[in-house]
Write a protein that binds this ligand. Structure first.
Ligand code: HEC
Ligand code: HEC
Ligand code: HEC
Ligand code: HEC
Ligand code: HEC
Ligand code: HEC
Ligand code: HEC
Length: 587
């Protein structure tokens, strides 16, 4: 009993205390103390205590700014020794004889955001939940220069961090996926022209560091430099500066260009050196967007030293695996070869630049030393692991960004015929995705040993494999009647019936459009449903009607692709006809 009484008493004391505190806050707003201190420090006798307000006329309407209610000394050169919030503003444009902005006229929130109307510190600084524009502190305020200044070209004194962010937007290849009008036209990601109107600085930083924070299925690469605080800050400040709602239009904007625009030394003749420069992001000048492949692709030099990102396959071997024409067309339009790739198209590169990139890729000559003879495991680690994973489970360091995903060998139930298929796939690659042909890099013996290695790690599963021997039925075949209807013989596949059947039995995983993105697709374990309109995949010679028939009837062992042995042979023939009709080039 006694204990309960004490708790009650303590609660009452706390409640009354809190009430008194909030009343005190209402009666004496914080700004009065600052104003009294300022009056005392400046020795002014006629200082009027009260809310100070600056009205700024802008294109978007009247902006009310009461920040100077507390920040009294910002425009007073004699207040340099005072404590905040009373101190003289630091130089916004260091080095200029006279600061160009009159803080008594434009106030503070125009650059620092926050909430200009508020006179309470927390509210004014915008530090409350869901406020879209919390205070931009120090150099973060550079995100606001573009509200008035035209930043399309040149250099603005005092906006160095913003301009560094702009360079980084190019250097780190953001431009290739994201559009910012007037700067880039990437089409594979949300437009960022008005990122500053829509997002807080914190959100922008988070989107760069953890792309999946707001969208679990984000295909935005996770970059390996995202621990560099300065880089992130500059990029985010630059993006925060992207606005559609400007305070001045371009014509009336003060230009403030203090340095001539740099220009890119254009490539005149294709060369390995120019290719290497482009690969590493040969960028200079604020309007020239060039290359930057190294943010996604690593390469090894002749000594085997690796350099580069992990958002795409290592390209050390691609110059030997692929033809020059393949590489050139892949750089211009990667979707032509890999429909669902995240690699952005580099259509703006000139022929000379593309040729240089190809020459550079062809110049890479590292091969795993052949003496002493490498083990299959060593071959696998060097050539295959980044995709197929250390444990052969298809979960290599770059796997998540690929579509189709690398094969998970641990899930496979192997039969003899898979060995041939695998040898063939390694030799010639699998069209329509990232699995390259290795015949020019690996010897036949090495390929054989890799397949043995892959298969041997899951040997125990082989015994569990049960499979009927099935073969593709031919229309009119007297031996193969319609399933559950012995009276009629099979006809050639019908596209329309095939489409209906596909919507009924297959669309949940493969999607209504057959692009592999059905509602159930992402709930599946590795690998995802195949994109069946991927022409390169479906039209390669190894994907015969026979194989399609077997895969549909029996499923694909070790993957979520289920068997459909409840379907009539006729239905499967119809579906195959449908798949051929949507995947074949019609022109
Ligand atoms: C009620 C008084 C008050 C008002 C109103 C106020 N501030 Fe402040 N401000 C302060 C104080 C006090 C500090 C110093 C805080 C500190 O040092 O922790 C400060 C600090 C700052 C800083 C530096 C922050 C930092 O972390 O270095 C900026 C920038 C700033 N204010 C901008 C503004 C802007 C913009 C407005 C108007 C939207 C505004 N303030 C309105 C009291 C105020
Ligand atoms: C033209 C844009 C602009 C305006 C207007 C502006 N600031 Fe700043 N402010 C900046 C920039 C940029 C910096 C960072 C300067 C630096 O890097 O030292 C800054 C820095 C600051 C700082 C922290 C740095 C320091 O030296 O203490 C405070 C506090 C601050 N501003 C307050 C204000 C207040 C209060 C007002 C309104 C009277 C105001 N600012 C108006 C751009 C602006
Ligand atoms: C509210 C609009 C506005 C904002 C925001 C603004 N400026 Fe200005 N700025 C001006 C105007 C107007 C002038 C021209 C002043 C004049 O003609 O004397 C100017 C002039 C300048 C100049 C001098 C240009 C020259 O050629 O002499 C520099 C440098 C500059 N601003 C830098 C900045 C930086 C850095 C920022 C962001 C931190 C910024 N400004 C934010 C309006 C703005
Ligand atoms: C391979 C293409 C690709 C590249 C390269 C890329 N992004 Fe993205 N980015 C995306 C996609 C797709 C999304 C949308 C999904 C999401 O929200 O993550 C996105 C989202 C964002 C968002 C959040 C936008 C919103 O609407 O929520 C920001 C900010 C962003 N990216 C910034 C960057 C920056 C900065 C870079 C360069 C360092 C970059 N991106 C490089 C594809 C890319
Ligand atoms: C945002 C990351 C990203 C950027 C930037 C990027 N790539 Fe890619 N690239 C990929 C991915 C992922 C793949 C694998 C899927 C595919 O084939 O498109 C790939 C595949 C390739 C391939 C085909 C490899 C093969 O064997 O099939 C080539 C060649 C290539 N990239 C060259 C380049 C060049 C050159 C650049 C710079 C101009 C570049 N990439 C920029 C992500 C990127
Ligand atoms: C750039 C990533 C990448 C690298 C490197 C890579 N693979 Fe693949 N691999 C894939 C992808 C993606 C698939 C799935 C292709 C598909 O099904 O469309 C695949 C599929 C396979 C398959 C199954 C093919 C089939 O017919 O089902 C085999 C076997 C294979 N890879 C072996 C290897 C070997 C051996 C190496 C090393 C010499 C290697 N891979 C290197 C990405 C890669
Ligand atoms: C439970 C989800 C699911 C359903 C339902 C499904 N599939 Fe699949 N399908 C998959 C997955 C996952 C793969 C990828 C397996 C792989 O990479 O080989 C796949 C692969 C395939 C392939 C490629 C096979 C090969 O040999 O490489 C074909 C063709 C295919 N599906 C057709 C169909 C058709 C037709 C239907 C309907 C009768 C269907 N699928 C129903 C999940 C599904």
């Amino acid at each position: 009993m006694l204990k309960d009484y004490r708790i009650l008493l303590a609660a009452c004391v706390i409640a009354v205390g809190a009430m008194l505190l909030s009343i005190a806050k209402l009666v004496t707003p914080g700004y009065k103390a600052h104003q009294k201190a300022y009056a005392k420090l400046t020795g002014s006798t006629d200082f009027e205590i009260g809310v100070k307000q600056i009205n700024v006329e802008t294109k978007a309407g009247l902006l009310v700014d009461r920040c100077t209610t507390c920040h009294l000394g910002a425009a007073n050169a004699d207040a340099a020794a005072f404590d905040q919030p009373l101190r003289t503003h630091s130089e916004i444009c260091p080095g200029l004889a006279e600061q160009p902005h009159d803080l008594n006229k434009i106030g503070c929130s125009i650059c620092h955001e926050g909430n200009g109307r508020a006179i309470d510190e927390t509210d004014a600084h915008g530090h409350f939940k869901h406020w879209l524009s919390p205070l931009l502190v120090g150099r973060e305020a550079q995100a606001s220069c573009a509200k008035c200044h035209y930043m399309g070209a040149g250099t603005l004194l005092g906006a160095e961090t913003y301009l560094r962010g702009k360079e980084l937007f190019v250097e780190k290849v953001c431009y290739a996926c994201h559009t910012i009008r007037g700067l880039s036209d990437g089409k594979s990601a949300p437009e960022l022209t008005d990122a500053g109107d829509k997002f807080t600085l914190a959100y922008l930083k988070e989107s760069i560091v953890v792309p999946t924070a707001n969208l679990a299925t984000s295909t935005m690469p996770k970059f390996n430099w995202t621990q560099e605080a300065d880089t992130i800050a500059a990029l985010a400040i630059f993006l925060k500066g992207q606005r559609l709602n400007k305070l001045r239009d371009e014509a009336s904007a003060p230009i403030g260009m203090l340095a001539a625009e740099q220009t890119f030394a254009s490539v005149i003749e294709p060369s390995v050196a120019a290719g290497e420069a482009l690969f590493k992001g040969a960028f200079s000048g604020h309007l020239q967007l060039r290359g930057g492949c190294i943010n996604c692709h690593a390469v090894k030099n002749s000594e085997g030293l690796v350099q580069g990102g992990e958002n795409g396959p290592e390209l050390t071997y691609v110059g030997r695996a692929r033809s020059a024409a393949y590489m050139a067309s892949h750089i211009r339009n990667p979707k032509e070869d890999a429909l669902d790739t995240i690699m952005p198209p580099f259509r703006h590169l000139s022929d000379t630049e593309i040729d240089s990139l190809v020459l550079y890729l062809q110049s890479l000559d590292y091969t795993l030393p052949r003496t002493p003879e490498p083990t299959a495991q060593a071959l696998f680690s060097n050539y295959c692991m980044s995709c197929h994973g250390q444990n052969l489970d298809g979960n290599g360091s770059i796997a998540a960004l690929l579509d189709p995903l690398p094969r998970d060998f641990t899930a496979y139930q192997f039969v003899a015929s898979y060995k041939d298929r695998f040898v063939n796939s390694i030799r010639e690659g699998v069209a329509g995705g990232a699995m390259a042909p290795w015949q020019n890099i690996l010897t036949e013996e090495e390929i054989e040993s890799l397949v043995t290695y892959i298969v041997s790690t899951t040997e125990d599963r082989q015994s569990r494999f049960v499979r009927m021997d099935v073969s593709l039925p031919k229309p009119g075949d007297p031996e193969r009647h319609r399933f559950r209807d012995e009276t009629r013989t099979l006809e050639a596949g019908d596209i329309t019936s095939g489409q209906d059947a596909f919507q009924k039995f297959c669309a949940s995983c493969h999607g209504m459009l057959a692009n592999g993105k059905g509602p159930n697709a992402y709930a599946l374990k590795h690998p995802l449903p195949r994109d069946l309109i991927n022409k390169k995949f479906l039209n390669q010679s190894s994907v015969t009607d026979e194989r399609l028939y077997r895969s549909i009837l029996l499923g694909v062992a070790g993957t979520p692709m289920p068997s459909h042995d409840h379907l009539a042979d006729q239905t499967i023939l119809d579906i195959i006809a449908y798949l051929r009709s949507i995947s074949r080039d019609t022109n």
